[in-house]
Design a protein around this ligand. Sequence first.
Ligand code: PLP
Length: 283
Amino acid sequence: RVAYVNGRYVPHREARVHVEDRGYQFADAVYEVIGVVNGRFLDEEPHLDRLDRSLKELRIAWPIARGALKLVLRETVRRNRVRNGLVYFQVSRGVARRDFGFPKRVRPSLVVTARATPPVSADPGPGVAVITVPDIRWKRVDIKTTGLLGGALGKQKAREQGAYEAWQVDNDGLVTEGTSSNAWIVTSAGELVTRPIGHEILAGITRQTVKKVAADLQLAVVERPFSVAEALAAREAFMTSATSFVTPIVRIDGKPVGDGRPGDVARRLRAEYLRAVSVAEPF
Ligand code: PLP
């Protein structure tokens, strides 16, 4: 495997950043993950737009021009022979003597890696279980920073309980989002419900694309927060992310959602989403 680090392609096991990189010391860094399916990048431009927003929020400069970054992403995917998988890229503020305030003269660090995953199927399989945990993250999770410890603790708890994801719950008992995914339910009235964009969730690119796909399928999408109780009473639940696409959720805290099997809406959205990004098997 090969990684790109600040202008060089190096063997993955030798890829290094400096110990005084602010990404390492302060999580003063932002990142993106783009899915690669059949050699295609999914929603590349929206991901780069979100990177631009994250960088602006933290006043970090682009490490290289957008067009150059696109070439580096392609080259990293090519050198790693990834046809199905993901490309990860991270920009930190750079290397400077440790001090909380921003350094005066600093060059941002850019790291790019790519990894293969098994080919994606339109069939969602049996669906996944989630647990619920308090949302202990900081108050600006709309910025896609590498400060992910809150989510990491939630994900680890989920794994220890045999679940795939943890839904994080705010102080009002409302679900914000998964640790690395956006959260959705389908009500008994057939409405798709997901939390509106704000500082409390990441504006998922898959969430955005699935909203469009739902509109094409003439499904109603309502953006409002929902509670765990409402999710348990819902007909269906599902999650969206660049690497899970649309994945049905069949259990929440050990209790079944609907009949405990993937629902029709999630199935259709997954198939249509993959078709919209031109990758599904014919169906
Ligand atoms: N929410 C969080 C906290 C995430 O980390 C992610 C992605 O990793 C998402 C939502 C889904 O975003 P996207 O669809 O852009 O992958």
